[in-house]
Design a protein around this ligand. Sequence first.
Ligand code: PMP
Length: 404
Amino acid sequence: MNIEEIRKEFPILHQQVNGKPLVYFDNAATSQKPQSVIDALTHYYNTDNANIHRGIHTLAERSTTAFENTRKAVAKFLNSREVEEIIFTKGTTEGINLVAATFGRKFIKDGDEIIISALEHHSNIVPWQILCEENGCTLKVIPVNDKGELLMDEYDKLLSDKTKLVSVNYISNALGTINPVKEIIDKAHKVGAKVLIDAAQAAPHATLDVQALDCDFLAFSAHKVYGPTGVGALYGKRDLLEAMPPYQGGGEMIKDVSFSGTTYNDIPYKFEAGTPNIGEVIALKAALDFVNELGLENIAAYEHELLEYANELLADVDGFIPVGTADNKASVISFLIEGVHPFDLGQILDAKGIAVRTGHHCAQPLMERFQIEGTVRASFSVYNTKEEIKYFVEALKAAIKMFK
Ligand code: PMP
C-alpha cells in the first residue's frame, strides 16, 4: 500500500493545527473521509436530491437506486445471506437500541438474563439497563483480566438456559482488545441465546462475515469506517427481524394504515420509519468502495505495523503505563503517564497539532475496573505514518519533561 497516495485522498489531513502539521490519532472516535465520500455527498445534493421510494420522477428514482445500492454494498461488506437483512440506522447506538426495544421487549422477560462484557461502550450497556428496568430481566457482565481480555471461564459460568441474549463488542474502543467473538457466539447458541455483535470498532479493522460468525445481529457506524456521520447499519437474521415488532411508527414502515389498524411493511422497511439520511447512506457506499479497494486485511496488517512501532517507541517513555495489553489488539493504545493528568497531556499534544482522545471513552465501568478515571488514547488508521508516531512520542517525552 502506498500510504502517501492514500493520504492524498484525505483533504483534511493536509492542514496545520496550532501551527503544526495535523497528526490525527483519534480514529477510534471517528475516522476522516476520503475525497470520494465527500464527492458522493455533494454529488447527491448537487444533482439527485429527492425523497426515496414511492417517487416516480427521475430524481426520486436516481436517489432510490443509489440508496438501495448502498444496502447491497453493506450486505456484501458483511456477507449477509440477503440484502433485506440490512437495516439502515443512525449508527451503532441506534442499532443496539433498536434490538433492545424490539427483540428485547418482545422476547426477553422477567427472570431472563442478558450477558454483556466489562469492555462495553455505554451504548452497549445502557439500552440493556433500560430494558432490565422495564421488564425485570437481569444484566450479567463478563469480567476482564488485568490485560483487558475477557475471562472466558467466567463467561462459561454466566451462560445458562436463562440467557436470552449475549451482546458484546468485537473490538474494544477503550483498549483495542479483539474479542473471541466466534467462540462467544457458538457458546451462546449452545444454550439457545441470541447474539448481538457491536462492530463499531471492528468494521474499519476486521473482515466481517455474519454468516461465518453466525451472529444474530451486528451493528456498525459508517463514520468509523471512512463514511459520513448519522448513518449505520444493523444486520439481523431474517427470521428474527420478521418476528420482531417495528421500532418506530411512521412513513415507510407501513403497508396500509387505517384508523382500525395498520399493517407493517416487509423487512428491512419495517424498521426504517421516516426519511433517512439519504445522502449520507449513498456516501457510505463510496466509503466501503474505498475500504474494499485497499482490502481490509491489508489495512489491518499496516495498522498492526503502526501499533508495534508505537509500542516499541513508547516502551522507552518515562512513566508510560499502558492500559490494556491484550495479546490480540487492534491499533489502539490507551495509556497513562505517571504523575500527569490525561487531560493535561491531551492539551499539550493538541498544541503540537496532535489529536488524541482523553477521558473514559464512554466506558466508565471499564475505567472503574482499572480504578482509573480515564486514559489518553491514540488510535491509528490506514493514513497514519511511522513519522507521525515518532513525532507523537517525541512530543510526549517533551511534555513529560515539562511536567516533571
Ligand atoms: N460501540 C463501540 C465499541 C464504539 O466504539 C462506539 C463509538 N465510539 C459505539 C458503540 C457507538 O457508536 P455511535 O456513536 O457511532 O453510535
